[in-house]
Design a binder for this molecule. Sequence first.
Ligand SMILES: [Zn+2]
Length: 462
Amino acid sequence: MISRRRIALHSLVALSLLGIPLGARVTRAADAAPAASPPRDILLVSFDALRQDHISAFGYARPTTPTLAWLASHGTALRDVVPAGLSTKTSLTSLLTALEYRSHRILEKNEHLPPAITTVAEALREQGYATAGFVATPHLSAELGYDQGFDRYEDFAKTGEHFVGAAEVRDQVLAYLAEPLPAGRRARFVYVHILEPHPPWLDPSPWLAGKEGGKRIFSCVEMPPLAKVAKITPERLTNLIAKYDGAILAGDTALGAIVDKLRETKALERTVIGVTTDHGLELLDRYSASHGWNPFDEVARGFVVLYDGSRRWGPAPKLQARNVDVLPTLVARAGAAEHPAFQGVDVFGAASRVPEIAIAEGNHCAAVRTLSHKLIWIDFPPDIPFPASLRRGFALFDLRTDPGEKKDVQAEQPEVFAKLRDAFLAFQKDVAGKVDDPADPKHQQGLSPEARERLEALGYVE
Ligand SMILES: [Zn+2]
């Protein structure tokens, strides 16, 4: 079982051991191509818990994502993007720092982002970007250090414990985009995290027949009791899925308003856009109604939709990316410089540097994935309900013939199994080998009562 201990990373020694260059400075794009070609704007949008088989842009029958469909049809998409974590905190930390979990090791909801880590926002600000973040999840609160690198950061902490819906985020972003670029800045980096379609699904759904009040079954922090899951009838599940799809549509509609604003202000043509998710969500596909506790592809297979004005991306490379690659890809595309601390790479310009194996860390489980195979590891503790359909330990799936991950092929494909297992064991060793930094008291600090309330409101209750 993976230790739940908190970790700290911001001693210089720890960073050196990670191979992160200390004091490294960005090689500015401007050094190579001065004022003639300033970098373009970057907009990164992440949705929370958006599983890709509910995205109409990728073939889902309900028209849940007209904006994503438009962006993808004028840009491109990568359909195999493995998040660093199966839950919000780990995944978004990797997205915003371009660091893999084995390096930042942030898993718990009360962990701070160590100041010694260079966020992508910081790297862009060094290059003259005006940076702004609008995040509707308490996991990324300024209180926890996630405003690092942002000139402007709205984490909606003042709104109390109520669910911050996509429309509220949209309004803040639209107001910001109406402001002129601050003097002396060359471009904008805007990060938006929309909480939909994460429960509690308060948005109206055009697909809901009748009333459905059963939102709390989709808790996030623990496996719901199996007896409770068993009580969900097929009719009720149909309703819950209608609510989930309605929440996706609400998020996509807010994204549409942001894209429209960029078009209206003539900024769309100079903006490189990436839209992704932090992880998916199990909707009773197997044994739960959760995300962090499920290493299967309804949770572990992310995506990114990419758009760059009228400039064609060309076909997406046939590879599996990691979510740490998302921002470096956007940074390269916008003409800005990568930072030596980034572990993610531009998947279009440096495809050969994308590792074949990606690992997503979960709650007592993990997904070890390649484009063709998937190894899962499960070691749930004894005090949680353990589904009869699972067993502890490893299972290997051949995604080419079994994308639903039903048939364990460890015995049939021992070489693949050994390769992925060894990668996972090396990953575990890396994670376990890091030590807490006693000189980092802030990192050990708990949540304020207000922040805890906001997390509880979303179902992160212990
Ligand atoms: Zn999430």
